[in-house]
Write a protein that binds this ligand. Structure first.
Ligand code: ATR
Length: 294
């Protein structure tokens, strides 16, 4: 096979988003491609909303065996593919692949969160009866679905726009208790798990103003933000020796399933990969780049 033929037949996946060029996904998927010595590729496709329908419908013709989907296209990816149970529960798709020539989709954010928390605190779900999730957007939905699946009986969803939290109770059931932001100080003491699933605390966004001193000594604190990696929330929690989980832990874990679906290998998250991504985040912060999730 000559070089051109090899390039044509090379299986390739991509990240579709707008913007997408600062995504960490190419770094981590290309790392795994090299690690497993695959003759494959992972590219960035910045696609504006007006072209997204045509792009996803022609994914295979464009030579892709699958894709990650990021903001703002997770809803359309859900609508124009055949979603699995995870995507249906969250009503958004972040991973596309072909099964018997049918475009399938899933949402791997839930398993990204659950696998990451299982790794730092095995059996955390026996310990946590009550949780607080800050936010009611796409990321929060995936996390809340994971908490419901693990049987957490009281999930306090705190959101600036209250009706979005209330909608989640309709979707996920009566373990969801919607609150507006001013209820937070009264909720913190009894929750053993706090998850920030808003963009507050992200580089360039408003800070997250929360009094971590009110958390009990055996609570777990998670932040989906990974730029900066050590958010003020996590730094405060670490200073109190609480178990913490950062946005990179969740990002890495959500990427595993897509790679497996496309290339047939369940990739390992190694310390070296983790450090490679940390170096990129730190460099990007210094260069003032803004990373979007996945
Ligand atoms: P994603 O898909 O990443 O979750 P999203 O759907 O836009 O993104 O959700 C962002 C979340 O951050 C929402 O819960 C949003 O609150 P609203 O539903 O009220 O918009 C929350 N958020 C963003 N900026 C915020 C701010 N300045 N104060 C409080 N919450 C904020």
């Amino acid at each position: 096979m000559d070089e051109n033929q090899s390039a044509i037949s090379k299986p390739k996946a991509c990240i579709i988003g707008y913007p997408a060029k600062h995504s960490l996904s190419p770094i981590l998927h290309r790392y795994w491609i090299n690690q497993y010595r695959l003759n494959a590729d992972y590219r960035v496709e910045e696609v504006e909303s007006e072209n997204i329908f045509e792009f996803i419908n022609n994914l295979s013709k464009k030579g892709y065996i699958g894709a990650n989907v990021t903001m703002p296209h997770k809803d359309i990816a859900f609508q124009i593919s055949r979603p699995d149970a995870h995507a249906i529960a969250v009503r958004a798709s972040n991973t596309l692949w072909f099964e018997n020539n049918i475009l399938r989709s899933t949402n791997t954010d839930t398993e990204g969160f659950l696998n990451a928390i299982d790794a730092v605190f095995p059996n955390w779900d026996h310990h946590v009866k009550e949780a607080i999730v800050l936010g009611a957007g796409g990321a929060a939905r995936a996390i809340i679905y994971g908490l419901v699946e693990r049987g957490i009986t009281r999930i306090n969803v705190v959101n600036r726009t209250l009706h979005k939290a209330t909608d989640l109770r309709v979707r996920f059931g009566c373990s969801i208790i919607p609150h507006s932001w001013d209820a937070l100080p009264n909720l913190i003491e009894s929750a053993k798990l706090l998850v920030n699933a808003t963009s507050l605390g992200m580089q360039g966004k408003k800070p997250l103003d929360i009094d971590t001193k009110l958390l009990s000594d055996d609570s777990i604190v998670c932040d989906i933000v990974y730029s900066p990696l050590n958010t003020t929330l996590l730094a405060d929690a670490k200073a109190r020796n609480l178990v913490v989980l950062n946005g990179l832990d969740m990002l890495l874990n959500q990427a595993v399933r897509g790679f497996e679906l496309w290339f047939g290998i369940r990739p390992k998250i190694t310390q070296e990969l983790y450090e490679t991504l940390v170096a990129h985040i730190v460099n990007a912060e210094m260069a003032d780049n803004y990373y979007r999730p996945i």
